[in-house]
Ligand binder design. Structure first.
Ligand SMILES: Cc1cc2nc3c(=O)[nH]c(=O)nc-3n(C[C@H](O)[C@H](O)[C@H](O)COP(=O)(O)OP(=O)(O)OC[C@H]3O[C@@H](n4cnc5c(N)ncnc54)[C@H](O)[C@@H]3O)c2cc1C
Length: 432
């Protein structure tokens, strides 16, 4: 069946190459643990805090975790009596930190490297509508502080049921696999990787088939991390977050960040390159485009630059960060999940809400949100992870968009049946 449809507009993310992100969200590598997140967030000389999603022990990789960490760092700076604070980064953590400092009438200035606020929440206009190339959902909705703010600001949100995707290619995997995996991960050796556990599992996969296990791992781990399984910690690499009442925001996260930024002093195009910590204060500095130097003295600094940006040495600390912080930067890392937004003249896919498309090989996975409800124009938001990115994310953005639109169209056209709700787990041997 050929589907005649016109692509009205598209946008494509490049988080892996973005110098101010260097990946999508933080993850725990095989030598790390949540303790590294805590260590990274500990104050240095009572004047420097590293905040941001990577420092949250239980809500890492999510906007509300970042926001909470920014506010927690600001609260500690206030408690220590600091009156002037520089905040590096205007993402959720930076906006949270500066917002609390402003509530206490303290002098706060945000230095933001980009020409926009929001960081890894990144609004984009596509064919007359506003969508997100970064964070999409308010996760863990019931206990999400940003969800409460979205409600207070009167933002329109839509629920996504991640447990019930329409599987357009292949069969859905059976229920029960996650419980089995969780048991295996909890029993793994401290330094084991997710790949080690998977290898063991595939040696004795019953009652599942190897193909079911692979589809499950691709959908649940590769899609949620975008990292190589051989790097991810078995015990800590599969962190909670997705699928707890998640809602996306009509008009995108920008509707939220614009509220949060109101009244704050934010300097855009102002990358911080050096932080000097002395007994009586801190100096934050950076290179201005005219060949000179920006510099600002303050009582304290809260750094919310993403973990891989810090690990790459984009900011020099004098004296260097303490050993536990430096160790944490090596044990944590980030994966790569990329997004595409496609708007069409008509909807050619079955109405369902959320879709999964497995790629041509293992660890090739994409998931798709139907975001048509935002303004009525047929819209798909696709997320891609794994080995597929190497072949799909090449050439111009228009080429990438056309290529991945073709993948979704073929999946719809070829799918014999749209599989929803996972089938029940197989009966364990001996109980039939
Ligand atoms: C594709 C994708 C999908 C996602 N989906 C979701 C989702 O659905 N729900 C969810 O909760 N989370 C999601 N996330 C994760 C979420 O976006 C992040 O966890 C959160 O936005 C991080 O906030 P942050 O303030 O810690 O970091 P950031 O948002 O990265 O903010 C840090 C800021 O620091 C700036 N900066 C960096 N270096 C410097 C420097 N040297 N000087 C000055 N400024 C600097 C950056 O430009 C940036 O603005 C997603 C992320 C991606 C990439």
């Amino acid at each position: 069946m050929s589907i005649k449809v016109t692509l009205l507009g598209s946008a494509v993310s490049h988080w892996g190459e973005d110098p101010w992100a260097r990946g999508s969200w933080s993850l725990i590598g095989r030598h790390g643990s949540p303790q590294d997140r805590i260590a990274l967030g500990r104050p240095v000389s009572d004047r420097l805090w590293i905040a941001g999603e990577a420092t949250h022990p239980t809500r890492a990789g999510m906007t509300h975790g970042a926001f909470e960490q920014g506010r927690a760092a600001a609260a500690e700076a206030i408690e220590r009596g600091h009156a002037t604070v520089v905040v590096v980064g205007a993402g959720m953590a930076g906006l949270g930190a500066a917002g609390l400092l402003a509530e206490h009438a303290l002098e706060a200035e945000i230095w933001e490297a980009r020409d926009r606020i929001g960081g890894r929440t990144a609004g984009v206009e596509v064919a007359g509508g506003a969508f997100d190339l970064g964070a999409n959902w308010l996760q863990q909705y019931d206990e999400n502080v940003l969800a409460r703010l979205a409600e207070r600001f009167g933002l329109r949100t839509f629920v996504t049921d991640f447990d019930d995707p329409a599987v357009l290619t292949g069969e859905p995997f059976p229920g029960g696999l996650e419980d089995d995996l969780r048991k295996r991960l909890a029993a793994a050796a401290p330094d084991a990787s997710l790949a080690d556990v998977l290898d063991d599992w595939l040696r004795d996969p019953a009652p599942w088939s190897p193909a079911e296990i692979h589809r499950f791992v691709d959908a649940e781990i590769v899609m949620d991390t975008g990292a190589p399984l051989s790097w991810l910690s078995a015990r800590h690499g599969f962190e909670p977050g997705v699928g707890e009442g998640d809602r996306w925001i009509a008009g995108g996260y920008r509707r939220l960040t614009e509220h949060l930024a109101k009244g704050l002093r934010i300097l855009l195009n102002r990358p911080a390159a050096g932080i000097l910590i002395a007994d009586d204060g801190v100096t934050v500095s950076g290179d201005d485009p005219e060949g000179g130097q920006w510099s600002r003295n303050a009582d304290a600094v809260i750094v919310t630059a993403p973990l891989p940006v810090l690990a790459a040495g984009a900011i020099t600390f004098d004296p260097p960060l303490p050993e536990p912080h430096r160790a944490a930067l090596t044990r944590l890392g980030a994966g790569r999940v990329e997004k595409v937004i496609l708007r069409f003249d008509r909807r050619f896919w079955p109405e369902h809400g959320y879709y999964r498309v497995h790629g041509p090989a293992q660890t090739c996975i994409s998931e798709w949100l139907d975001a048509t409800a935002a303004d009525g124009t047929p819209t798909l938001v696709g997320l891609f992870a794994g080995d597929w990115l190497g072949t799909l994310w090449t050439g111009t953005d228009a080429e990438i968009a056309t290529r991945v639109a073709g993948i979704f169209r073929n999946a719809v056209a070829e799918s014999q049946a749209v599989h929803c709700r996972p089938p029940a787990p197989p009966t364990p041997p001996g109980t039939r």
